[in-house]
Design a protein around this ligand. Sequence first.
Ligand code: ATP
Length: 233
Amino acid sequence: MTEMLRLDAVTAGYAGIPAVRDIGLSVASGEIVAMLGPNGAGKTTTLRTAAGILTPMTGTVAAFGRPLRRRLEQNARAGLVLVPDTRGVFHSLTVRENLTLARRRRGDSLDDVLDLFPALRELMGRRCGQLSGGEQQMLAIAKALVHRPRVLLIDEMSMGLAPVAVQALLPSIRALADRFAVGVLLVEQHIDLALSIADRAVVLHHGRIVLTGPAAELRADRNAVAEAYFGAS
Ligand code: ATP
């Protein structure tokens, strides 16, 4: 597996005050790395730094073997894509119109993207304002996939969704990693669901990585995860 994204000893924050410290992690092609941790642990800050939105105070971020570019569009064009939340979906347009707008070239096919989200196929003519939260989230991910990303950074796509909707969405993330060899850094509050589709996981607490390992091992040792999560150790 080729390494796609790498953070080394990254400290980052706001107005000169670190929110995360000494973060080291990597994501390979086709790999899903789940980033877990309580509110305020630093997950979003880490993701924003990985996306190039925040510049590290110290440490380095590299995508596809080279340091991140200064401009977000350059990183996006290279294949590093932050999945925006559903605010990136145009409510007055149909699903088809939203997806068509996301294409860069006329020839870009939507078929293989829609294969991942069969539910969207049924909704192509529907205005997005009339979709459920889960359906809108599917569309936001599908729009990101139209750009053929090599790494997807996904921040709490389950926010505000019913657990049943999350349960329906997460397998599509596994499928897109497998089918398109996309590397995924996934911030997710539903620990069990995240671990069930991830290859590896990191747990953040107070801005530091306090636990990391194969997802299967963390699933088997929920006490270790709970201790890391709540800082009981
Ligand atoms: P949550 O699960 O609640 O979204 P998180 O793990 O994503 O939390 P972050 O949003 O990365 O955590 O926040 C980490 C720390 O940085 C928190 O102490 C938070 O208050 C602080 N922080 C986040 N955004 C800003 C900002 N724009 N300006 C200043 N401090 C911020």
